[in-house]
Design a protein around this ligand. Structure first.
Ligand code: SF4
Length: 200
């Protein structure tokens, strides 16, 4: 069982914080009590750069290394930057999964620091309007969050080669509207499966 670095479908995932700018009621950390794929992702303390690197081992064994977690890794952008630099020095593909609120949260453009260190950024957008997004995800900046995420997507295009907007195929959620938004923003779109209890 691993907590900081765990494998899934040939990738290595890094869990560097449990803090998040959202409080999504559907977050699987509640539903599955912090477990994912046999790993307990509840951090008793946030790992240092040294602890993260030591948990990774040899990163070249994986298709890609993904900053993911049960939280938003960009709550710790300086740690992401240092670990990503260590990974890129070894030519490893690096992806970030984020809720897209880091620039607003930190009051600075954290994406600038990631230029050349991150290959792909996946930004989740569950909601096609400010009202729907706030209702579904309970972001800490409430209705302001939606526009901030759209700005974050546009800003990410300047610094990261591949920007992907993702949304979960929730029942009764019109995901096609998010796909439309992605097209207008000029980025890729990826629909993620809605995971049920028996799929963990
Ligand atoms: S953004 Fe992700 S980690 Fe954060 S609360 Fe929502 S589902 Fe959980």
């Amino acid at each position: 069982m691993n907590t900081i670095a765990y494998t899934f479908e040939g990738n290595l995932y890094l869990n560097i914080t449990n803090r998040c700018m959202m409080a999504c009621p559907y977050c699987i950390k509640h539903k599955w009590k912090n477990m994912f794929s046999g790993n307990d992702l509840k951090l008793t303390k946030e790992p240092s750069v040294k602890e993260i690197i030591s948990s990774i081992g040899d990163p070249k064994k994986y298709k890609e290394v993904v900053f993911c977690g049960y939280g938003d890794c960009l709550i710790r952008p300086d740690v992401v930057k240092e670990v990503a630099k260590w990974l890129k020095d070894q030519n490893v593909k690096v992806r970030i999964n984020t809720a897209g609120l880091a620039n607003y949260y930190h009051g600075r453009n954290v994406l600038r620091d990631l230029e050349g260190l991150v290959d792909v950024i996946s930004i989740s957008l569950n909601g096609s309007s400010s009202i729907e997004h706030t209702y579904m995800n309970k972001p800490m900046f409430k209705e302001k969050s939606f526009d901030e995420i759209l700005n974050f997507v546009l800003e990410a295009k300047k610094y990261i080669p591949e920007v992907v907007v993702t949304a979960v195929k929730f029942p009764d959620f019109d995901i096609s509207k998010v796909e439309e938004i992605s097209k207008k923003l000029g980025v890729k779109f990826k629909a993620r499966p809605y995971l049920n209890e028996n799929e963990k």
